[in-house]
Design a protein around this ligand. Sequence first.
Ligand SMILES: Nc1nc2c(ncn2[C@@H]2O[C@H](COP(=O)(O)OP(=O)(O)O)[C@@H](O)[C@H]2O)c(=O)[nH]1
Ligand SMILES: [Mg+2]
Length: 379
Amino acid sequence: MQEQIQDNEDLAEIIIKTNASIIVPTYKEVENIPLMIERIDWLRQSLGVDLELIFMDDDSRDGSVEAVERAGYDWVRIIVRTENRGLSPSVIEGFRAARHPILVCMDCDLSHPPEAIPQMILALGSGQQFVIGSRYVPGGSTDDDWGLFRWLNSTVATLLARPLTAVRDPMSGFFALRKADFDRAKDLNPVGYKIGLELIVKCGFENVAEVPIHFADRLHGESKLSLKEQLKYIRHLRRLYIHQFGNAMHFLQFMVVGASGVVVNLTVLTILLMLGVADSGALAGGILVSLVSNFLLNRRFTFSYARDNAILPQFLGFLGASAVGMVVNYAVALYLRTSVLPETPTAIYVAALTGIVCGMIFNFLGNRYIVFRKRYVEK
Ligand SMILES: Nc1nc2c(ncn2[C@@H]2O[C@H](COP(=O)(O)OP(=O)(O)O)[C@@H](O)[C@H]2O)c(=O)[nH]1
Ligand SMILES: [Mg+2]
């Protein structure tokens, strides 16, 4: 392995002067820890800068602490965490504990080549705010044995993040940034695995660079990326979308809930008709049930930040906002039909559609700012 590293000609040409802290989240990585230390030690010696290595361990109790002690270096530490476990919180805590002006985060499984670190630091020095060790830029690669499922999984996850950032590999757990920028980051919500994506979005970084890496398969042990973590990713994405797109995202969810209300309405209508209820009763039943389901879904998802507020006043407010929306709808449509549009066969439809859109917007605004108003910041 050492020879392979020393073959890396680019490294010899890169001279960096800034010291860096390398933060490595670990959970049961005892087999990989000595190898990580060895690789970083080699990098320290060849660069001649001070690199601090901090393992952020979630109480693995597998001999990780002893492995770090055995190495006996004063520039290597392991911090054992017993509270607020998880990959992202441990990285954040490690960044806070770091002593040097540049922060690097990487996996402990030797997937991420430490030899890319000098280039990453250099990019930060030349004005980049965030630098990713990337599999998906020219020159980057992964080991060949990725099955279809793993590839598809990674591709879909990356595509879902595309509206948030144009970065090719936002899922990467190998990245670097300045400590000063990290210290300024607000509202970090370290949930799940994608701490790099969280930082790019929440810090609002515009200059993000990607350094190509070969992403090797993990050396020892198994990936801890479970299905549960993947579901957390969906929740994380939703939060980031709301952070980035604010009202547009609330409106989109409001529309999706509205569309689901149509399905609920028609389903209830059909069931009631099958049960022999009269048309008038079945129509009313469909409307009532869809109103309730729309309300509950909006409370649970669209305006989830207000879901701890009292439910009854909210429901009455929701009905009120719907009523106002209907009045606006009717008024706009009638005004357009009688006073604005020319006498053509399609005029009534144009009027009706414009009325619907205006009514919906009023309905949304009433719910967003009055019925489900924000009493506290979403956690
Ligand atoms: N502190 C901490 N580290 C974790 C946790 N889960 C995973 N890790 C570490 O985070 C890194 C990435 O995890 P890994 O299983 O390699 O995920 P993958 O690369 O996406 O397959 C590894 O160094 C893990 O040991 C956790 O809950 N807490
Ligand atoms: Mg890994």
